[in-house]
Design a binder for this molecule. Structure first.
Ligand code: TXA
Ligand code: MG
Length: 346
């Protein structure tokens, strides 16, 4: 165990204090320490992407399998030279359209990178986040920062500093608390090293936005078929999951109401993850998490991981959750829910 330092860098904080905190955190990154910081998607656990000693601390703190490569974060396009060997034209198009923002491009990796960042692959995932704290931290550190989501491996990604503290307090050097993140699910991951762009992980930038930009995009077959091995190593693990089993319930709310009653009749404690529109029907559930409004999918993405974490804390035997359209950000929402549910749709 070690002492984890907390810095409040929310917008309400005095500018001098905020600046001093960011400078201190950046110095620790340069020294090879691990610092959690907010991005517009989820909190990341950052370390110097050029140092293998620093990167190994990320894997230890998270309990992350070493075959799962990290995303490298940069603050300006000049830094791409330290990270990528070359920039395929497809990547440049995506970068010009969506950076800074919630999309990661897979490109050929520079030999300068710590080998643990790429898990031995010859490609690397890189993105420029749009959160001011993330950008300022990278700029002050002066090095690209590798950062997976700042959760214990297998748990839902953190969307607020409390979530990071819950999972990693005593295991990392510091946490920059920038308040609740915006998007709520991770960045879109796109492989740009082949002839066509391939969607490896749906995220903050929608598939429709990519299709509009590029004219089309392939999908990693593993996104829709359970027996395929994903091209993005991280996608093969059960993930984003509370400890009780999660079931996604198809159809209307009446079916979900019946399922809850039936399970309770068998003596089970039932948790429900429901939208604002339907929450009042589940006041009899043993635990209830309200995720957002069906009328605005972005609010569902924003509240998704907090809901999964609430259920992880609740003492329930099983968790039922509503299902959503796969349009827009809905594709990322359903991808994460399917992982949390281990594919169990009833
Ligand atoms: O929004 C995000 O992307 C957040 C914030 C912190 O930026 N980061 C994040 O990192 O979600 P992580 O490590 O939890 O997820 C990275 C994903 C994993 O599925 C990993 O396997 C994949 O990106 N990935 C990284 N490098 C890759 C590569 N060279 N080829 C294929 N997939 C890669
Ligand atoms: Mg993650």
């Amino acid at each position: 165990m070690r002492q984890t330092k907390y810095w409040n860098v929310q917008n309400t904080i005095n500018e001098e204090i905020r600046k001093h905190a960011l400078e201190e955190a950046a110095e620790w990154i340069r020294k090879g320490e691990t610092i959690a910081f907010p991005t517009e998607t989820v909190y990341g656990l950052g370390a110097n992407a050029l140092s293998d000693t620093a990167i190994s601390r990320i894997f230890v703190a998270k309990g992350r399998p070493s075959d799962n490569p990290l995303i490298v974060h940069i603050a300006n396009q000049e830094q791409l030279q330290d990270v990528a060997k070359s920039i395929p034209p497809l990547a440049q198009k995506i970068i010009d359209a969506f950076w800074p923002g919630p999309i990661t491009v897979i490109v050929p990796a520079s030999s300068q990178l710590a080998t643990k960042v790429t898990a031995g692959l010859d490609t690397v995932g890189v993105r420029m986040p749009s959160h001011s704290v993330a950008l300022e931290l990278i700029r002050l550190a002066g090095v690209p920062i590798a950062a997976p989501s700042a959760n214990r491996s297998g748990k839902p990604s953190p969307t607020q500093a409390d979530h990071v503290a819950h999972d990693l307090d005593g295991k990392i050097a510091g946490i920059l608390d920038g308040g609740v993140t915006g998007v709520g699910v991770e960045s879109t991951v796109v492989d740009t090293t082949g002839e066509h762009a391939v969607l490896l992980r749906p995220g903050g930038i929608s598939k429709e936005q990519l299709v509009e930009l590029l004219g089309g995009v392939d999908e990693d077959p593993a996104l829709t078929k359970a027996n395929e091995t994903p091209k993005s190593p991280g996608m093969k693990y059960r993930h984003y999951a509370p400890s009780a089993p999660v079931y996604l319930v198809k159809g209307d709310k009446e079916r979900l109401i019946d399922k809850v009653k039936a399970a309770q009749k068998e003596g089970k404690h039932v948790g429900v993850i429901a939208t604002e529109e339907h929450a009042s029907f589940f006041s009899g559930a043993d635990a209830l998490a309200v995720i957002g409004s069906r009328s605005q999918l972005s609010t569902i993405a924003h509240g998704l991981y907090t809901a999964l974490r609430t259920m992880d804390e609740a003492n329930v035997d099983l968790i039922y959750c509503e299902t959503f359209t796969r349009e827009g950000i809905g594709l990322a929402i359903m991808n994460r829910l399917m992982k949390a549910a281990n594919g169990q749709v009833i």
